[in-house]
Design a protein around this ligand. Structure first.
Ligand code: BGC
Length: 269
């Protein structure tokens, strides 16, 4: 529980009447770092990107304290977009494999709405990367390579969140086991690049995508020329997804019976 009142200087009057004045706080919660930046209505940065390392096994309380701290350093904003590294539906978190305990059924959207007194939208981090990077035509598969492996597929711009990262890929190991950051550190770039090439081939067969968009911080370690239908997308495009999220229809249905029992992966939250 937060025990102190937010001390942010937030503007009282609506700024939306001014051209491009709507300021969005875009937050990306990652397994190793929590990043935040203010963007205007067209997705142009209004501030630098601020980053605070994610504590090991971060709890909701720790993550919210960091988001507040980042926000206070950036200035005023009108709404908040959050990319979360786990399964999220209607602003409620169900899994957080690379964070700590306490996330299952955590109402992140509601909590942040109370902290900031601003409208909040929350979506999976790979979905947000996709929203900012897709063309909106055909089958576009998004894979993010960070601490974990994120995934989403867009069909003519309509998104479906995937958890391919936890799907078996090679000798009983999952995509995340083989392509996540801990393995990259352990096995080295050459090994990781070989596995990534294999993964791209497998994913093409499974999805017949028109485009594969590869995002996430570890794309900087890619050492081969990807096939023509594969595009490496930038973090900036990922941030733009935080703006697109406000035009997107959340495809997740209202949680039905059993929704809170979504199976978590690796570590129960
Ligand atoms: C999570 C995904 C997330 C990905 C990247 C995986 O471990 O299960 O939901 O998108 O990491 O953060």
């Amino acid at each position: 529980m937060e025990n102190s009142k937010p001390t942010l200087r937030l503007s009282r009057r609506s700024r939306s009447s001014q051209k491009n004045a709507l300021r969005t706080l875009v937050v990306d919660i990652g397994g190793t770092g929590i990043k935040a930046e203010l963007l205007d209505e067209r997705g142009r940065p209004l501030t630098n990107r601020a980053r605070i390392p994610t504590p090991k096994r971060a709890t909701p309380h720790q993550v919210i304290a960091i988001i507040r701290k980042l926000a206070m350093g950036l200035g005023e904003f009108d709404r908040v977009s959050v990319g979360f590294p786990g399964v999220t539906k209607n602003g409620v978190i169900y899994t957080a494999p690379n964070l700590g305990k306490g996330w299952n059924n955590f109402k992140l959207k509601e909590k942040l709405r109370r902290v900031f007194k601003r409208p909040v939208r929350v979506a999976n981090d790979a979905d947000i990367q996709g929203l900012g990077s897709i063309s909106g035509r055909g089958i576009e598969l998004v894979i993010t390579l960070g601490t974990g492996v994120g995934s989403a597929v867009f069909i003519n711009g309509t998104r479906l969140h995937l958890e391919l990262g936890h799907h078996p890929f090679h000798k009983g190991k999952t995509y995340e086991d083989e392509l996540g950051y801990p393995t990259l550190l352990k096995k080295g770039k050459k090994w990781w690049n070989k596995r990534l090439r294999e993964a791209i081939e497998d994913l093409k067969i499974a999805f017949n995508y028109d485009r594969l968009l590869l995002g996430g911080g570890n794309t900087k370690y890619i050492r081969f020329e990807p096939p023509g239908d594969v595009k490496i997308v930038s973090n900036e495009e990922g941030l733009l997804g935080g703006i697109k999220l406000w035009q997107d229809v959340d495809p997740t249905p209202a949680p039905g019976p059993g929704a809170g029992k979504l199976r978590s992966v690796k570590r129960p939250t």
